[in-house]
Write a protein that binds this ligand. Structure first.
Ligand code: CA
Length: 255
């Protein structure tokens, strides 16, 4: 199974290709706009891109060249423009394969499968911390036999935390990670997304895995030294906090 990003403006071709890819067991995400393709593809972090050349307001060759500045994702150009010049240009701009739309669907699929086999794994797609396993490709988290799906933003946040287990990850770093997916991320957006991720992790039986470090950021605590627990409470939230803000301030504290 691979995540394939499909860039095709012709609805009927798009639907046929989506069905073909889905039937082969792939997860398909289709471009819904064509003016910010590079940003959208980078944010989707697919395993491969299937790219049309003739697109509204842009051209697949231009997109390929721009995408190459930002990503190594394999690109298969799938086009009805099958001149040698188009093929030469597409490959020169960084496409990995060039296939005619008129080709047999099984041949299109075979080209894509070959491309996926050749791809270099960038970094492990699954990371495990204290029994919490994050599968970044499937956008799933699992713990103690349970699995939940993660939204794109939840995945970005959890990925930052899981890759630096126990460390405090700053709000700025997390917002930067979210920037890759959204056009506008402010402090409140981050707070809302962390709250959602907490709810999602609670469904795994980890309601307190994300620890708030006031004014600093968040850290991940899973599988601590307490049996069945999630590790020690956040410093400053229990004993040892200096005298100062009372319950009222607590209620208004920034997450
Ligand atoms: Ca087209």
């Amino acid at each position: 199974m691979a995540n394939v990003y499909l860039v095709e403006d012709d609805k009927s071709v798009r639907e046929q290709l989506s069905q073909l890819l889905a039937a082969a067991g792939h997860r398909v995400e289709c471009a819904v706009r064509f003016d910010r393709l590079v940003d959208d593809i980078v944010a989707a972090a697919p395993d491969a891109v299937v790219l049309d050349l003739g697109l509204p307001g842009t051209d697949g060759q231009y997109v390929t060249r721009a995408l190459r500045q930002a990503s190594d994702v394999p690109v298969m150009v799938l086009t009805s423009r099958t001149s040698e010049l188009d093929e030469l240009m597409s490959l020169s701009m960084g496409a990995d394969d060039f296939v005619a739309k008129s080709a047999n669907p099984q041949l299109i699929l075979a080209h894509l499968e070959a491309l996926l086999r050749r791809r270099q794994p960038e970094r492990p797609s699954t990371v495990s911390v204290g029994g919490l396993c994050l599968d970044a490709v499937r956008a799933e988290a699992s713990y103690a036999g349970r699995t939940v799906e993660l939204s794109r933003n939840e995945l970005r946040i959890l990925e930052c935390l899981v890759r630096r287990p126990g460390a405090v990850v700053s709000r700025e770093d997390l917002m930067e990670a979210l920037w890759a997916t959204d056009t506008f991320v402010d402090d409140n957006t981050l707070t809302v997304n962390v709250a959602r991720l907490r709810q999602t992790l609670a469904r795994l039986g980890l309601p307190r895995a994300i620890v708030t470090h006031r004014g600093l950021g968040y850290s991940l605590r899973v599988g601590g030294d307490r049996p069945g627990g999630e590790g020690p409470a956040a410093p400053g939230l229990a004993a040892g906090r200096p005298a100062g803000p009372g319950p009222a301030a607590e209620g208004a504290r920034r997450e």
